[in-house]
Design a protein around this ligand. Sequence first.
Ligand SMILES: [Zn+2]
Ligand SMILES: [Zn+2]
Length: 199
Amino acid sequence: MESLDELLKECGRLHGHMCAGQLLGARMAVVGCRLIRIDDPRGADRKKLIVWVEIDRCMADAVSAATGVRLGKRSLKFHDYGKVAATFFHTETKEAVRIVALEESRALADARYPQIEKKSERQFRTYREATDEELFKIERVAVNYNEMDAPGRPRSRVICASCGEGVNDGREIIAAGGHVLCRPCGLGGYYRNIQAPTP
Ligand SMILES: [Zn+2]
Ligand SMILES: [Zn+2]
């Protein structure tokens, strides 16, 4: 894997600015890939890595930039847990590690560099120098991942009996009476209709 500086350049390009979150995400990517033995996530090993991120903030962009995983390629998965955490999974060995930024890492910046006035600078300096153990909780995990979650062509497609919209890759639910429904129709979604659809 490239040096942290090289990775940070890539992060800045994708994310549009440099911030403590980029550093944290880039370091997570380095540790995560090392522990599951992925050496070249953006090159030779690019088909072997799947990453789950648990927050939609700066860190998520950095993990994506540093490892090359993308939502549109199905190599990046997002669960909205509001946690600065990511799980790195090797599709061949099935090894996975989940890495969580420690709450203590926030206080570390204030303790180490009280003389630096800007909080973001204190954090950036600290997140660069601190050890992995000072910054992260790291745990071996098993992930729920199957063929329907894998990159590549859609595995299946059905039509929701309620809204008529197509649903890929087994994301439908089978309701009472055997009706095939999309998740928003069956379970409730993030939107609700406020006018009759067109056409
Ligand atoms: Zn940022
Ligand atoms: Zn539906």
